[in-house]
Structures are given as C-alpha cells and as structure tokens.
Design a protein around this ligand. Structure first.
Ligand SMILES: Cc1ncc(COP(=O)(O)O)c(C=O)c1O
Length: 458
C-alpha cells in the first residue's frame, strides 16, 4: 500500500517509512493513498475468525510491502500471546450498554494492543536493516509503559521515555521504571506533559541530532498504531447483533483511538456514530458540538491521559473535510499553529456530525459515574472509561452502544478511592512491580541537557 502526507500528496511512501518515521518531513501525517473496502458479505465471512485471525486480515493490506503474510501471522500470534485474555479484548454488558475492555495487556491500557505489535515490527525491520534505532517518546503515563514493555530486551533498539516528574500515578511510574533492561532509559522531566512533548518534538525537528541518533517515534500519530486499533472495532461489530445500529463512545485525547474507529467505518464497517468523549479539556467537544476549535490552557484532571489541547490526529480528519486538498490542509495547520484556532464551517460541521458526536464531563460527573456504575452493577470503571460510559447518558442513541474501556482502574487508585472508597488492586500477575527497584533519572526541562543525556547512553 502506498501512503502520502496530509500536507503534500504528490510524494508516495511505503509502510516502512511511515512506521519508522512516524511524522512526514513536511510536518504532515501519513495516510494511505486508497483503502481496502469490505462488503457486508466480507464481514459475514469474518464472523468465524478469532481476534488474532481478524487482525491478520485487517492489518495485512496496509503493510504488504513490509512483511509477508506468513511472517505477519507469526508476529501477531507472538504479540497477542502476552495478553491475559485469549481473545485480547473482552466485551462485558454493564447496564444497557457494553464495555469493551481493552486493558488486558501487560501494562493495563489499550495502548498495549498496538504497541506490542510495533515492538515486533521494529524487530522485523532491524533483522534486515543492520542499523540501530533510538526511540524517544513523551508520555503522560500510559504510552511510556506500553512502549517500554514492547521494546525492552530487543536487539539494536533503545527506548528513552520522558515523563513529567510527579504527574504520573505511582502505578504508572512503576510500570515504566522497573523493567531492569539495558535498552530502557526513563527520564523524569522537571515540568508537565506538554514540556515533555515539546522536548521530543524539538529533538525530532533538530535534523542533525535526530539523524545522528537514528531517532524514531511511537506516539499516537504513528499510522501503525491506528491500524492495529481499528481491529477491535471490527471485532466488536462481529460480536454484536448486527441488526441494530452500532455506536462507539471513545474516551479521547489525541484523537487517535476514535480515528481508528473512523478508519474502520471508511473501510466499510457500518458504524452509526463515534462519540468523542472528553474531560474538561474539551477542545474536541467544542469543535464537534459547536464548530469551535480554540486552544485553551490545559487543566490537570483525574483522567490525566486526556489532558490535551492539541489533538494531533485531528489533522487526518481535517484533510478529509478539505476533500483531500493537501495545500488547504497545510495552510489550515499553519493557521492552527499560529492562531491556535480553526473555524469549522456549518457545512463541515454537518459532515463531521455524520460520523462523530461528542460529550464532555467535569470532575464531579466523572466521580459520580464511577460511583453510580459501581453501586448498580458492581463494576469499577477507570476515570477515562467513565467519561466514555457517561456519554451515552448525555446523548440519546438507540442501538448497540459500546464504551471503550481504555485503562484498568488500578492505574488510578486515588480517583477510584475518592469515588467509591475502594482500593483497586493490580492484577495478581503484576503485584510484584510494587516491590521492584525503580530506575530513572531526573533532568531539568532543558533541551540541551536531555540531548546530552541521550547521546551519552547510545
Ligand atoms: C487511558 C486512556 N484513555 C484514553 C486516551 C485517549 O486516547 P487518544 O489520545 O488516542 O484519543 C488515552 C491516551 O493517552 C489513555 O491513556
């Protein structure tokens, strides 16, 4: 499959470039030139497949020039063998809707589902490439742990993870800092998540530095992550009664996970609505409900992984809204960067609302949802999932309503205790990390100091 950048469609790229580089040189995001489409008949045929088999079918057309089908099959089996559920995810009925549990991987968040695959894609690439790669990634807590677990111990690849000091939960930090592997380097930055993200962006933009360390990135704009995430939308549809319309509510920050659902829809999956569910950092809710995309300051919440104002993957939707006009997309993105604002016309908003609705929850509402769901159904939702769950109470949608459960509640024990006075424990397989020795370096929010630190370790 060939790919282009959202800011310049005259140049084609192969999956290998798209995966290793993450971001196009012109600053745009990679997207496929065309998509494989599935008919209702194809979907009926998929019903007999288990999760891994379905993943092979959906992912292969996107990466057919990177790997052969047999090898992909082995990689997918290996990647999903580390999950605690045989079929990777689990669909659980909670009241009048279903919760799609995506947190049964090694680091208890949906990110494992894509990241385990990416780890094995790097291994496949490095087997033939005879080079060494240094992955540098910023995290608000979950991405770092998932990426470390996927990369730890692999040959010819190091991973450097920047997290904001004191702003990730102790469980999130333990999951990152206890790997005890020589190719894993944790850096606690004296700043917030945006500072970490800006440091990584600045390192990528400094071509002489990024070239000299053969830098690669695994953040949520990486196309490989999006395609791996689109699989669970197909899987869920195939598990449900297809006679009713299906709606997905997706706790959203960077617009990556919900974009994966939109991708599935574009491939022919008959999704009715995708709900973009935000916390009080609600730029996407304001955009999708009123057409107002204005950047405001980020506030800290009990759903920290969604404390984001610039939703990077939104650029992929803007490209579609611009009817695939790359120059218009480039100029819109320049405007957003300069003016921190994007005006969505009525016509574009109508187009958006064909596929997306949105909802927002403040801190009180999140705690109340966790409490209500626990009292009624004895199910503990993590704060991110609660935002997705509550969205269906705000929007009246008939059909099969599915909530994506993006993290295990034990990753956010303070919020759970505040809501229902209950200690949410780690699964027993992971209890041991609580006593493990942690390994990380504290560094100032200073680009030169961080670059020097990385250079000294490769
Ligand atoms: C637990 C959790 N929920 C939801 C999200 C939001 O996902 P996305 O950034 O793809 O919209 C994240 C991402 O960081 C997360 O860690």
């Amino acid at each position: 499959m060939d790919y282009i950048s959202t800011r310049n469609k005259s140049k084609s790229f192969k999956f290998q470039d798209v995966f290793i580089k993450g971001l196009a040189d012109d600053g745009g995001l990679y997207i496929p030139k065309s998509l494989h489409k599935y008919s209702q008949n194809d979907l009926e045929g998929f019903k007999k497949l288990n999760y891994a088999e379905l993943a092979k079918k959906i992912i292969y057309p996107f990466i057919d020039d990177f790997i052969n089908e047999e090898h992909l099959s082995k990689i997918i089996d290996k990647s999903y063998s580390v999950f605690r559920k045989k079929d990777v995810v689990e669909l659980v009925e909670v009241g009048d809707r279903s919760v799609l549990e995506l947190f049964h991987g090694p680091t208890l968040a949906f990110k494992d589902i894509a990241m385990q695959l990416l780890g094995n894609f790097y291994e496949h690439y490095l087997d033939k490439a005879n080079e060494k790669i240094n992955i540098v990634v910023a995290t608000s807590g979950d991405t770092g742990a998932a990426a470390i677990d996927a990369i730890k111990g692999k040959k010819n690849v190091n991973i450097f993870v920047l997290h904001p000091d004191n702003r990730v939960s102790p469980v999130q930090r333990k999951l990152m800092t206890t790997s005890n592997e020589k190719n894993v380097f944790n850096i606690a930055v004296n700043g917030n998540f945006d500072d970490c993200q800006n440091l990584v962006k600045a390192m990528f933009a400094d071509k002489s530095f990024s070239g000299s360390i053969n830098m690669s990135g695994v953040n949520s704009i990486n196309w490989a992550r999006i395609i791996a995430q689109s699989v669970y939308y197909f899987y869920t549809y195939l598990q449900t009664d297809n006679k009713k319309p299906i709606n997905f509510s997706v706790p959203t920050g960077n617009f990556g996970d919900v974009y994966a659902g939109y991708l599935a829809k574009k491939m022919g999956l008959p999704i009715n609505k995708l709900i973009v569910a935000t916390n009080q950092n609600d730029i996407l809710h304001r955009a999708i409900s009123k057409g107002e995309y204005n950047v405001e300051t980020v506030s800290e919440t009990i759903s920290p992984s969604m404390d984001i104002q610039i939703a990077s993957n939104f650029e992929r939707l803007i490209y579609d809204l611009n009817n695939h006009d790359d120059s218009k997309t480039a100029s819109d993105m320049k405007d957003i960067k300069e003016k921190e604002k994007y005006n969505i016309s009525k016509e574009k908003l109508k187009k958006i609302n064909n596929d997306f609705l949105s909802s927002r929850m403040d801190e009180k509402e999140i705690l109340k949802t966790i409490k209500d769901v626990y009292e009624k159904y004895k199910v503990v939702l993590d704060p991110h999932t609660a935002i997705g769950y509550g969205a269906f109470d705000k929007l009246d949608l008939d059909g099969n309503n599915i909530v994506l459960a993006t993290a295990h509640p034990c990753k956010f024990p303070e919020a759970i205790e505040k809501a229902i006075s209950l200690k949410s424990n780690l699964p027993k397989e992971l209890m041991f990390i609580l006593d493990e020795k942690e390994d990380y370096d504290m560094i100032d929010n200073n680009l030169e100091k961080i670059k020097k630190h990385i250079k000294a370790r490769i």
